[in-house]
Design a protein around this ligand. Structure first.
Ligand SMILES: [Zn+2]
Length: 178
């Protein structure tokens, strides 16, 4: 689900409620690639870290590694990743995999397709074009949760959310309905 997080310095967070965890993404991050990565990062926390303390650098790194592997599985993507900043190829991969150019470059680096020098060259070239702020090849509006609205709208199913205070459920329901 999405909530306005403009005033905070977090992009996303998750609530590890027993059998129905919730991932909250910043509503103002209107970017599909970014949203998918943020959601996968939070999923990583839920899967790997459960209720452990989050926010430590090592823990954040693990969630990022999880997100990258989840969205760009090594076996499936490694042959497609370029060894240099081949932008037409990277644009096509962005469309295919629905992830940012930055994430693709990092994946190419981490999987050893791109050496560190070529990675830095690519990042600098992207910076010079202003792509670090606004990437080319927009993917359209972020995906929306399909199930949450139904769950929250169905009064009969509200018991499944009794772990949440009533006021929070109401707030979530009104956001999910928009
Ligand atoms: Zn995190």
């Amino acid at each position: 689900m999405r909530l306005p997080l403009a005033s905070s310095d977090v992009d996303a967070f998750s609530l590890p409620f027993g059998d129905r965890p919730i991932v909250v993404l910043g509503a103002e991050k209107n970017d599909r690639a970014r949203s998918r990565f943020d959601a996968a990062h939070e999923l990583g926390h839920l899967v790997i870290h459960g209720e452990q303390v989050w926010g430590l650098p090592a823990v954040e790194r693990q969630a990022h590694q999880f997100a990258a592997a989840f969205l760009m599985p090594r076996e499936d993507i490694i042959e497609q990743l370029p060894a240099r900043a081949d932008w037409p190829q990277l644009f096509a991969l962005k469309r295919q995999w629905q992830v940012s150019l930055a994430a693709l470059l990092m994946r190419a680096r981490v999987l050893g397709r791109m050496n560190h020098g070529d990675y830095l060259t690519a990042i600098k070239a992207a910076s010079a074009r202003g792509w670090r702020r606004t990437e080319p090849v927009p993917l359209g509006p972020p995906e929306k949760p399909q199930l949450l609205g139904h769950v929250l709208a169905g009064l009969g199913e509200r018991e499944t959310l009794t772990v949440l205070p009533e006021s929070v459920v109401d707030a979530l329901a009104s956001v999910a309905a928009t």
